[in-house]
Write a protein that binds this ligand. Structure first.
Ligand code: FAD
Length: 451
């Protein structure tokens, strides 16, 4: 038996709503899956793949024999927010599963999801306040996964913790970036209640650096933890960029999440009946594809400047590395033309967007198959007609003129990441410290605070 591929709710049903697309595996399906675990003597999933060091083989064994309580105790020993990772993690553990050498990896993320759902349903997930207070206080700036993880970790060690968040609600990109069809937002509210019951205070709708001085926070607290993410999206400053119809991906994704939460009266973009082009072939682009479908787009195309990845693991990422390979999301399965090796030259239109001019590029590959440089292919210019275009091109780091940086005397590195300064009691975690990454890495970074 291999992996189960029929994982999503029926397409005609899911395309009409923003509820989570994945169906839960049945206990029987999961027992079969976890029984596939080889219980390796040297478990790479646990020791190499998972940034949190989840005890995957032990969890799998417990699930296979239906012992959910033990599975939960093992999972929650390392993972403070499994309800998030079990829904949105690409599952780095699965990339280093030994089965990847000759078959398909065990469905570890699905197993984590069922363990967590069982635990919440059974009432096993309880606040874990510290046994004793340590008399020290920390201010955490940013309530994304890195900030939440830092807060939970410090509170457990007895710190008095206050989290400051500029948005109306906590969660960072979990709430405002990742679409609700991948992660239901009530799960973040449920977790906030647990953290508050542990004694963590949240102050929302307050931007540190603008509404409150970061210098004041540093004077008042024993430590300041910056978990502010990478707010600056990479733009595409080519002719026609200011035409109505050209948007950054987060304009769509954040706006739609805010609309669903009742923060905005209408969806941010009217995509009904429109031809949508997404530039950027990564996960954010895929999220735009799924969101555009649900807003009634007539057709959706996604283009990428990089070459089409191989359908199997690329030789540039041998096991147990996370495999570079073609990935097809639930949003792609909902209908999407995908094209690669296309460079975007200009946006076309007079009063509004009517299309995008692109050109095919030829990539030179390194001996192990990694794309290294490209040249345009003469005579390949063409127009892709579209009414809406979303730019999903990644993030450029923390801008040097972010007000709180001057207040703390902190300078970003040339890559736009923030260095910690432990001697001055300033610690940086998550995307702002590493560059744009993953939820699980942000969680691990908050948990690894040397305080
Ligand atoms: C569209 C999209 C989809 C993604 N999908 C996935 C996925 O499926 N799986 C995955 O693993 N990763 C995904 N990622 C990446 C993942 O969301 C990030 O790596 C992760 O959220 C980083 O966590 P963080 O806490 O460092 O930053 P963020 O989540 O960005 O949180 C930073 C928080 O700090 C707040 N803040 C910033 N400045 C201030 C200030 N001055 N005062 C107060 N508050 C402030 C922000 O409002 C925000 O809430 C996705 C990213 C995007 C953009």
């Amino acid at each position: 038996m291999n992996r189960i591929h029929d994982l999503y709710r029926p397409l005609p049903e899911r395309i009409r709503d923003f509820a989570e697309v994945e169906r839960p595996l049945t206990d029987a399906e999961l027992a079969d899956q976890t029984a596939r675990c080889l219980d390796c003597g040297q478990p790479f999933c646990h020791a190499y793949g998972c940034p949190l060091g989840n005890l995957v083989p032990d969890q799998n064994r417990a699930v296979a024999r239906g012992d959910w309580r033990t599975a939960w105790d093992l999972l929650s020993a390392n993972s403070d927010f499994p309800e998030f990772t079990s829904r949105v993690c690409p599952a780095l553990c699965e990339g280093s599963c030994v089965h990847q050498l000759d078959a398909e990896s065990v469905m570890i993320r699905q197993s984590e999801k069922r363990i967590t759902d069982h635990a919440f349903a059974a009432g096993w997930v309880l606040p874990r306040p510290p046994a004793t207070e340590n008399g020290r206080s920390a201010a955490i700036v940013g309530a994304g996964p890195a900030g939440l993880s830092a807060a939970a970790t410090l509170r457990r060690r007895g710190w008095d913790v206050t989290v400051y968040e500029r948005r109306a609600a906590v969660g960072g990109l979990l709430r405002y970036g990742i679409p609700a069809f991948k992660l239901a937002k009530n799960l973040i509210d449920r977790r906030r209640l647990l953290l508050e019951a542990e004694g963590i205070r949240f102050v929302t709708s307050l931007e540190v650096g603008r509404d409150l001085s970061a210098g004041w926070l540093l004077r008042r607290h024993d430590a300041v933890v910056l978990a502010i993410g990478t707010p600056a999206a990479r733009d595409l400053p080519i002719p026609g960029r200011t035409l109505p119809g050209v948007h950054l991906a987060l304009d769509l994704l954040e706006g739609q999440n805010r609309h669903l939460a009742g923060e905005l009266p209408a969806p941010p973009v009217d995509a009904a009946g429109k031809r949508v082009l997404v530039i950027g072939g990564g996960d954010t682009g895929s999220d735009c594809v799924g969101t555009a479908h649900r807003l009634g787009a007539a057709e959706v195309t996604q283009i990428e400047i990089m070459p089409k990845p191989p359908s199997e693991r690329s030789p540039s990422t041998p096991w147990p590395l996370w495999p570079q390979m073609l990935r097809t999301s639930s949003s792609h399965l909902e209908g999407c033309t995908r094209r690669w090796s296309l460079n975007t030259l200009r946006f076309l239109g007079t009063d509004t967007l009517t299309g995008v001019e692109v050109e095919t590029v030829d990539w030179t590959l390194t001996p192990d198959g990694r794309p290294s440089k490209f040249i345009p292919v003469p005579g390949t210019r063409e127009t892709i007609p579209c009414d809406l275009c979303f730019l999903a091109l990644g993030f450029t780091g923390v801008p040097a003129d972010t007000p709180l940086l001057a207040q703390l005397g902190l300078t970003p590195t040339p890559r736009g990441t923030l260095p910690s300064d432990p001697a001055r009691r300033i610690h940086c975690v998550g995307d702002c410290a590493t560059g744009a990454s993953l939820v699980v890495r942000a969680l691990a970074s908050g948990k690894a605070l040397p305080l």
